[in-house]
Design a binder for this molecule. Sequence first.
Ligand SMILES: C[S@@+](CC[C@H](N)C(=O)[O-])C[C@H]1O[C@@H](n2cnc3c(N)ncnc32)[C@H](O)[C@@H]1O
Length: 427
Amino acid sequence: MQSGGDYSNGFHGEVEKQLPGLSSFGRAKRRSRGVAHDPRGGLTNGVRVSDQLGEQKPLETQKSPPPCTDFDVAYFHSYAHVGIHEEMIKDRARTETYKEAIMQHQSFIQGKVVVDVGCGTGILSIFCAQAGAKRVYAVDASDIAVQANEVVKANGLSDKVIVLHGRVEDVEIDEEVDVIISEWMGYMLLYESMLGSVITARDRWLKPGGLILPSHATLYMAPVSHPDRYSHSIDFWRNVYGIDMSAMMQLAKQCAFEEPSVESISGENVLTWPEVVKHIDCQTVKIQELDSVTARYKFKSMMRAPMHGFGFWFDVEFSEPASSPAKTTSATSVDGGSSSMSPSREGNQKKRSNPSDALVLSTSPEAPPTHWQQTIVYFYDPIDVEQDQVIEGSVTLSQSKENRRFMNIHLEYSSAGRSFVKESVMR
Ligand SMILES: C[S@@+](CC[C@H](N)C(=O)[O-])C[C@H]1O[C@@H](n2cnc3c(N)ncnc32)[C@H](O)[C@@H]1O
């Protein structure tokens, strides 16, 4: 196995770099940001639970919460900007699937206590209140919580939705909850590392047998061919207004393909059925499991094509705990539960107790587009693969040591006697 750092093999190794300062994160990556409240400063701007429910005491002695780092402050800061919330809410596949999931699980929500982990503008909390929740704790550490509180008031729901402006790790809720709802998924599912906060909420407040929406998440990968992208970014330099600028090509490859690229591909770009990188059951997953995820893969190309890298996408499923007596039977799947990009063979196949029951939000290349698009880890140079050629190796996704919200990607690849490694960082 060769390691990166050398363009001659078509791959290039990346070393993780120290960030020069606070950066923008998550889905707010490319957005400007407003003035932020420091979530370490306490619950100063929003409504505290004790303002509405009297004196609060912790249910149990909690382990001390993880520190809120400068990176976390910058992360919450990025969510104070309206643009990111507008983008998420306008993503109809996302927002309508959450709304449908809430309505489908109305029997679990009516008259019950809900916590919305990372409520943003409060939209999911309000859906839960509309579904008949007795009380919804809407928690967000970003300054957007101030607006969420205004939205709740303007909709006459202040008696039901209690906005807590602080980290899930720090706020106090003086009762157990029946339901946790959260939209925590980052690019490539695990980027942003917000699932850890959902796990914290589960372990702090969820009643045994309580509902978590979404209940499951699955990250997939598959080899992709994307000649148009390659020619648009790289071949372009061969002839620029009649000038041979191919000397620019190495730099162009480095700039275009050094980091994973969030972009939309279609099913036609995908060379094989996908494989599962990680399947998560939100009822049982442990925070430590997410520090580093490794999966081995083995694909057989379904066609002869230049392979430009690997595509990653995910889906989440909204189903009740297996033991639940009130299992709904009328559920439908937004992708019919049988997306052609969902693997249908053994091996790393996702397990569902009853696939036709599950409501699924899919970010597959063949599903309706979402703001997550797909994430492509490009090679620096394409590799020609033949039909039935075996492509195998492993991928490891791990939280960056410097900033746990960044993701290190270590990809080992071997096919037709050639073996390489590509290291990259999603920041
Ligand atoms: C992807 S947005 C979802 C917003 C909203 N639920 C929606 O669906 O439109 C995630 C939100 O979670 C918040 N968040 C992330 N981690 C958190 C934590 N540990 N405690 C409180 N809020 C958190 C962020 O500030 C952000 O507003």
